[in-house]
Design a protein around this ligand. Sequence first.
Ligand code: SF4
Length: 753
Amino acid sequence: MAFDIEMIKAVYSKFPSRIETARKAVGRPLSLTEKILYSHLSEGAASKAYERGVSYVDFRPDRVAMQDATAQMALLQFMQAGRDQVAVPSTVHCDHLIQAEVGAIADLDKAKDKNREVYDFLSSVSNKYGIGFWKPGAGIIHQVVLENYAFPGGLMIGTDSHTPNAGGLGMIAIGVGGADACDVMAGLPWELKFPKLIGVRLTGKLSGWTSAKDVILKVAGILTVKGGTGAIVEYFGEGARSLSATGKGTICNMGAEIGATTSVFGYDEKSEAYLRGTERSEIADLANEIKEHLMGDPEVYAQPEKYFDQVIDINLSELEPHINGPFTPDLAWPLSKFAAAVRENGWPAKLEVGLIGSCTNSSYEDISRAASLAKQAVDKKLIAKSEYTITPGSELVRFTVDRDGFLDIFEQMGGVVLANACGPCIGQWARHGADKQEKNSIITSFNRNFAKRADGNPNTHAFVASPEIVTALAIAGDLTFNPMTDSLINEDGESVKLEGPSGLELPSLGFEVRDAGYQAPATEGSQIQVIVDPKSERLQLLAPFMPWEGIDLKGLKLLIKAKGKCTTDHISMAGPWLRFRGHLDNISNNMLIGAVNAFTDQTNKVKNQLTGEYGEVPAVQRQYKQHGIGSIVVGDENYGEGSSREHAAMEPRFLGVRAILVKSFARIHETNLKKQGMLALTFANPSDYDLIKEDDSIDIVGLDSFAPGKPLSMNFFHSDGSMDKIIVNHTYNEGQIEWFKAGSALNLSKEQV
Ligand code: SF4
């Protein structure tokens, strides 16, 4: 599981000089975010200043982490890159596919059985290509990364939206799609729009019932779910230095809930203590040597309004515990106002289940503080009135808190320890009775609480809070209980009160684990076979896409003219389709089934030009493919917005769509289409959208002189014999045109290895 110390040394050796060069290029002091980004430019030392929120910049991340659901397609694609080994240290974490039902051991056994083919594939592909593999049961990606791989000043990407958790240890860590992970593992640069900067100045010190979670619950209330979009949130101030590294991780983790690109804290004594506590003193020693570079410049923090795009102030000494929800993580309630909100809104006051842990809140500190309340409950003869579950974030934490007696205390209180996995946090929760869809309340120490996320029941009111507040409310069984002011009646009929929680940031006996669940890759993988059952319905090896034929594309059919919003979810739906993420043919049966046909206003119903009949979009496209006929998809504004899901670009490419022509693209999707060798085109005149008819045949003209900045033209032949010729624009640069010609970016990179 060893971190790559040589890589870290290489990063740190360049840090001071690159920061100095960047300071000169930018002409002012730098925030920590800027220091890390400018020291990871693909071009090397900065030659110019980049404009925040405007410039697209190529970076060289130090690491890649992937969770098991998203790793499948990322690695299937990587296998096409023609490399023997990954270009940067990378890991796979088996955490998302484990369903919580009865308890850790039985649930884990069941998951291993059910997902065997996926685990076998991920294990063998990791082994072959030099990727660290964390087996099912080893823990949740972000907790494992924080414990093993995060390092101050580093830049990493991860195929999961809560990758920013590593910001707690001073790393810029950003959630991406599998295609980006594949590119970085293949040695290609990674592009990001240079982010805006939000500064959060923390003063004071936490005490009593308030914890680090309350900082981000408060920030979410201020910024809302969209307020961080396109920005990195940088925390600083004396209050920041008072927080544990894992508490900072919690704050950064949940920065995803405000839409932030990521969040980060500077390196300090708490970071050092955590590095040493997790057996990474070597990194702490190296970081100490350059520690002034692992923080923003003092001038930036002295006058944040001058250097950040937005500044938020929070005094930790005055911060109240918060409970956020239901149905959205930015509906923030200070604890003192929550009971009234529950009553006024008619939310079910009876608390059915309290769930602690997850990647967000399962540090030693979190568990020990929650356990201090559980112990009080046991000592004061209180039995938890709600069901109560504990999801440890890693085997390292689980083993240590078990050794220190905390799990035993939870069990005495009636708690159930679940597997070290995502479980209820991602809908992998076989909650009894959820199918009845009754209105009910749960509270978790997780990060997201959208409808149906935990148990699939749209009427479950999910609230988010710290593990301490979740535990206190689970003991009371009542959402309107305020542990800071209210008393409870115990088994003997006495009125008792819970004292504020207490705990330790790090275990006094140190962390301990018997089997962390790590599989190191083979040093030489050329003989290793990647295991994929040819009959599998969940996994399928990819074949390279065909290169461009070298001629204009003629006689294409219109597959669909989509109207209105067409997000990546409309193009490649999630839900039940997620199980086919590693099988391009099977998942392609969801292609565009959510898009609204502009001619009929219906979804998943388009005219099959070969038969004249209407059929489902994937089925019609498969018929065109069978007959060797290409097609085009026409779309409206901001086509492909939403997630960075590469399936939304791969599926049309796989089924034989040749071009996507829209009024405008969401940028990530546009890039994904280009990477897959697809033509991503926009109307030079958006009103030309109206010229396109349901049974058009189409030619794309000018590809023999395809060049940056030079429009192409398209001829639309209508069934009445008339024709419209239109001009279409594109944003391909020279390199991207080569991707198109080669059939995909991966085909090209294979040629270049
Ligand atoms: Fe995502 Fe929840 Fe798993 Fe964390 S525990 S990685 S938030 S699904």
